[in-house]
Design a protein around this ligand. Structure first.
Ligand SMILES: O=P(O)(O)OC[C@H]1O[C@H](OP(=O)(O)OP(=O)(O)O)[C@H](O)[C@@H]1O
Ligand code: HPA
Ligand SMILES: [Mg+2]
Length: 180
C-alpha cells in the first residue's frame, strides 16, 4: 500500500491501552452478578471489540449493531438509523456500548437513547478514541481509550471510504483527502 501515513497510535500503544481499559471495566462491573451485554458498533469497532472483550475478566454476552448516519452538516441535522439491531433483549441488563471512535457524538447519542428506551439497568460507553474537535452533542464516554484533539484517523477498524480497516495501527494521512 503506497498511501503515505503517520502512525498516531502504534499496535503496541493500542495493546497496552486496551489491557488497562480491560482492567478498569472489569473493576467497574465487579459487583454485577449477571452477564453484562457488550455491544459492538459495526463496522469500525470490530477489531477493538475483539481485543477488548478478551481483556474482560467478567461474565459477558456479546452482540452487534450497525448504524448508518446521514449527515446534512449545513443544517446541523443528523439522522441515524439501525441497519442491524441487537438480537439480545437488554431490558434489566447492564449494557456496554463499544465504539471505535466518538466524533460528532451523533451515532453514540442515538444508540444510547435507543438502548435506554429498552429499560436496561445501565448503559455505559467505551470508545477507543474520544475525538473532541468536531463534537456537536454532549455525550460522556465512560471508558475512553485515547483522547484525540483532532485529525481524521484510519486503521485498526477505522476506515476512509471503506479502506484501511485492516491496518494494525491507527494512522493519519500525510496528505489528507479534502473530505476526510
Ligand atoms: O460521532 P460520530 O460523528 O457519529 O462518528 C462516529 C461513528 O462514525 C463511524 O462510523 P461510520 O458511520 O463511518 O460506520 P463504520 O463504523 O462502518 O465505518 C465510527 O465508527 C462511529 O460509529
Ligand atoms: O476520524 C475518523 N476516522 C474514521 N472514521 C471516522 N468516523 C468519524 N470520525 C472518524
Ligand atoms: Mg466509517
Amino acid at each position: 500500500m503506497d498511501t503515505p501515513m503517520h502512525v498516531v497510535y502504534s499496535r503496541e500503544d493500542i495493546t497496552k491501552r486496551i489491557q488497562r481499559l480491560g482492567e478498569e471495566i472489569t473493576e467497574a462491573y465487579q459487583d454485577v452478578r449477571e452477564p453484562i451485554v457488550a455491544v459492538c458498533v459495526l463496522k469500525g469497532a470490530f477489531v477493538f471489540f475483539a481485543d477488548l472483550v478478551r481483556e474482560l475478566d467478567l461474565d459477558v454476552e456479546i452482540d452487534f449493531v450497525r448504524l448508518a448516519s446521514y449527515g446534512q452538516q449545513t443544517q446541523r441535522h443528523f439522522k441515524v438509523q439501525f441497519t442491524k439491531d441487537l438480537e439480545t433483549p437488554v431490558t434489566d441488563r447492564h449494557v456496554l456500548l463499544v465504539e471505535d471512535i466518538v466524533d460528532t457524538g451523533h451515532s453514540i447519542e442515538y444508540l444510547s437513547q435507543v438502548m435506554w428506551a429498552r429499560k436496561p439497568k445501565s448503559v455505559r460507553i467505551c470508545a477507543l478514541v474520544d475525538k473532541k474537535e468536531r463534537r456537536e452533542v454532549d455525550v460522556h464516554v465512560d471508558y475512553p481509550g485515547f483522547d484525540l484533539e483532532k485529525g481524521f484517523i484510519v486503521g485498526y477498524g477505522l476506515d476512509y471510504a471503506e479502506r484501511y480497516r485492516h491496518l494494525d495501527s491507527i494512522c493519519t494521512f500525510v496528505n489528507p483527502p479534502e473530505e476526510a
